[in-house]
Design a protein. Structure first.
Length: 367
């Protein structure tokens, strides 16, 4: 009789534990994964957004003053994804796709957009990740489902840019046929003597600025924080040869790793078993588990050159993760550790070194 009562109490106790753990799993899913305001991040001393002066906001006015084009596409699971496109001052086949961080939006990448636009004359695409900004989605993909969305954006840019190359050839031929001077090697074409096909490889001089349309679309992927992990997760997919370079700033190794770290850092709780339970809920509700969403696994398959950047004082995504990602990558690679930089703050802490390393990679693989 005592044994039966003990067994009943044990079953009730186990049932209570299961209910508590399941409830905690749903709570943490709502906290971290579900699309909602993340109040728990406000005032975090290890985040740029937690500081009074957010440097990423400094170029937003500049971006809003530009001639932005809003673009929408459909994801492979039927969501409407939104982005803003900024065409270069002069036609170019190079586009930088810039991917924002957790709870952000494409326009948060205004400073990096301005750098690529003004310094290099590139087109810029600023997508809102699913569950962010103007894109649909009721959950945050942490880069895993976003990697497939980025593939969609890559294909969109290739198709869009190819149309622009054709239009550029028309523009070149049109300018030449209006009597302006153009050079191809040592040959100077006269009015009405050049075809559209020839125009694709010509250089024209309109005012003081040279412009040379090219036939190959070139794409750079550049992401920060969750965006950095997103472009790394994308790197392991079968990418078109048009993707020439990936820049990943302060990325995490996997969703499991970063949420386990934050569980200890923010809540002083052991990851097990809450991470495993929340991961199961995420698999059922959002379609991915924390373990499979791994940038560390994806970079091992990458064939595209990767520039890894991380701040030495990053306490939100620990610098150790940057080293692990760099070591795991089986491609052309470089790791820049920016001294004294906190999370997402490397660009502002040492802009000269940041730009110098990006430009080295651009010269080797893009320009």
């Amino acid at each position: 009789m005592i044994g039966v009562k003990f067994f009943q109490i044990l079953i009730i106790f186990i049932g209570i534990i299961i209910v508590i753990l399941a409830g905690s799993g749903f709570y943490f899913y709502g906290l971290a994964i579900n699309r909602s305001k993340k109040e728990f991040l406000k005032g975090d001393p290890d985040l740029v957004d937690g500081n009074r002066n957010n440097p990423w906001a400094t170029d937003r006015d500049w971006l809003e003053s530009q001639n932005l084009k809003k673009i929408t596409i459909s994801s492979n699971d039927g969501l409407t994804l939104s982005a803003h496109y900024l065409a270069a001052p002069l036609p170019t086949p190079v586009t930088a796709i810039l991917v924002h961080g957790y709870t952000g939006k494409g326009k948060d990448m205004a400073a990096i957009a301005r750098y690529y636009y003004e310094t290099h004359g590139f087109n810029v695409l600023l997508p809102d990740c699913r569950g962010h900004g103007e894109s649909e989605g009721n959950y945050i993909g942490f880069g895993w489902h976003d990697r497939l969305d980025i593939l969609r954006w890559i294909n969109y840019i290739i198709e869009y840019s190819n149309k622009n190359i054709e239009n550029s050839a028309d523009k070149v031929a049109g300018i030449i046929n209006k009597g302006k001077t153009t050079h191809k090697g040592n040959v100077i074409y006269k009015e009405n003597t050049i075809s559209k096909a020839d125009a694709i490889n010509d250089t024209i001089y309109d005012g003081n600025e040279p412009y040379k349309p090219e036939s190959e679309v070139k794409i750079i992927l550049h992401g920060v924080s969750m965006g950095g992990a997103t472009v790394l997760m994308t790197s392991g997919e079968k990418l078109p040869s048009n993707v020439k370079l990936i820049v990943s700033d302060c990325a995490y190794t996997s969703v499991k790793d970063i949420l386990s770290y934050q569980m200890r850092r923010m809540y002083k709780l052991p990851p097990f078993p809450l991470i495993q339970i929340t991961s199961l809920i995420c698999k059922l509700r959002a379609g991915y588990s924390f373990g499979e969403a791994s940038a560390l696994s994806q970079v091992q398959k990458s064939k595209v050159p990767i520039l890894f950047i991380h701040g030495s004082e990053d306490k939100f995504v620990p610098t150790e993760m940057g080293y692990k990602l760099y070591e795991a990558a089986n491609c052309e690679k470089h790791l820049l550790i920016v001294e004294n930089a906190s999370h997402g703050n490397a660009y502002w802490t040492d802009m000269e070194s940041y730009k110098k390393q990006v430009e080295k990679f651009l010269e080797r693989f893009v320009l």
